[in-house]
Design a protein around this ligand. Sequence first.
Ligand code: ADP
Ligand code: MG
Length: 467
Amino acid sequence: MAACWARVRGRLRKEVGEVEYRTWLRQMTLTGIDGDEAVVVLPTRFLRDWVNSHYGDRLRALWQAEDPSIRRIDIRVAQPNGAEAETVLAAEMQDASAAPEDAPGLAESLAPRPPAERSAPEPRSDWIAPLEARFTFDTFVVGKPNEFAYACARRVAEQPASPGFNPLFLYGGVGLGKTHLMHAIAWAIREHHPERTVAYMSAEKFMYRFIAALRSQNTMEFKESLRSVDVLMIDDLQFLIGKDNTQEEFFHTFNALVDQGKQIVVSADKSPSDLSGIEDRLRTRLGCGMVADIHATTYELRLSILQAKAAAARVEVPTKVLELLAHKITANVRELEGALNRLVAHANLFHRPVTLETAQEVLHDLLRAHEKRVSIEEIQRRVAEHYNIRLTDMSSARRARNVARPRQVAMYLAKQLTQRSLPEIGRRFGNRDHTTVMHAVSRVAELMQQDASFAEDVALLRKMLET
Ligand code: ADP
Ligand code: MG
């Protein structure tokens, strides 16, 4: 049996690779065969759940290939002699991210906790989603659009649950760094306050767990262990919109934790007041700590991010190329990163330096997508439709606000999305002067700063036109 087990392990090790094997699977021990079931143990619940969900089927298949009489694999937690199980958790989190040098100081959090602190109910380890090693404060590039959110995140990481910062509500569009900042907070708290338990999960996961608990009539355990954490972080709260029961549960957990002086950090794609579909009492509570938004990136921020990431990847990328990307790939940081990664991968694969030419070649689809030609007519038509005015009003002399504003929006979009000059745009809008266009462009930009729902409207129009 031992030989059979050794072969199964060997196969699995080959399949998943050395790093993955060492991180997750090395600690598996076969404790026996029970009828058609092989019993394998791991030192913690977290590892057990991870191995079960990621490698369970594979393990069974490999074993059956060796010995068809084995039908099931029972993966269990080893009964710890003493209380080592919990302290291994932190080590696993670090393993999960596989690059400890990126997260300095984590070793401190591996220190065993004094036994006195273990009496409270333990949060279930599998609630703590693995943290991404790269998502630390060190790797977060700060610029105008995110400096406030960054400062708030740092503050919460240094002094969890300080008045005025609880809850911390981070919001902004996709790919702008919300998850990055949340992981950074979690890493930093682990480092500076290793005695505090941090639970980080997506709202979706929260809901999923809650429903599973309801189904298995385990809601007490769910509630208790969640209420025993010191810092609760829920990412992408917008997932809870319309999920009334889960929202209710979250609301109670939230209150219980805040009352105990525990820190809550929440992220969402909108501000509390714009999150329609969230119960009012929850909205009120969400907004009563610190609300920090992450704005769309600016050219400067995109360029600094690219510089930082290129340096981290240790690949020489000419400034011209970084500028091209910062200029063309404006949607969000995730896309920007994707483009750079492609360039870097290409350079490594072919041992060729990155140049403007190779960049254009490698990224031609991306760059072209962002160059999609939109005509002024198309813009006028879409904007008129959106604001429910007549197309002819785009070039009419009417100055009533309800037509003048949409017209300005169309001019703004024409400037943003086409290569046309200001005088040319003016001509297409009923022979207006280029200064009128200029005024429209700056007026719309200004309004977008002041009025979030207007900004959203314009962004939506832009998106429709670009895709
Ligand atoms: P969100 O959760 O807001 O959708 P993420 O936090 O997942 O966005 O960020 C998307 C990607 O962009 C991640 O790889 C993240 O590291 C990167 N990123 C976002 N903002 C920054 C920043 N200011 N500096 C460095 N990387 C960033
Ligand atoms: Mg996210």
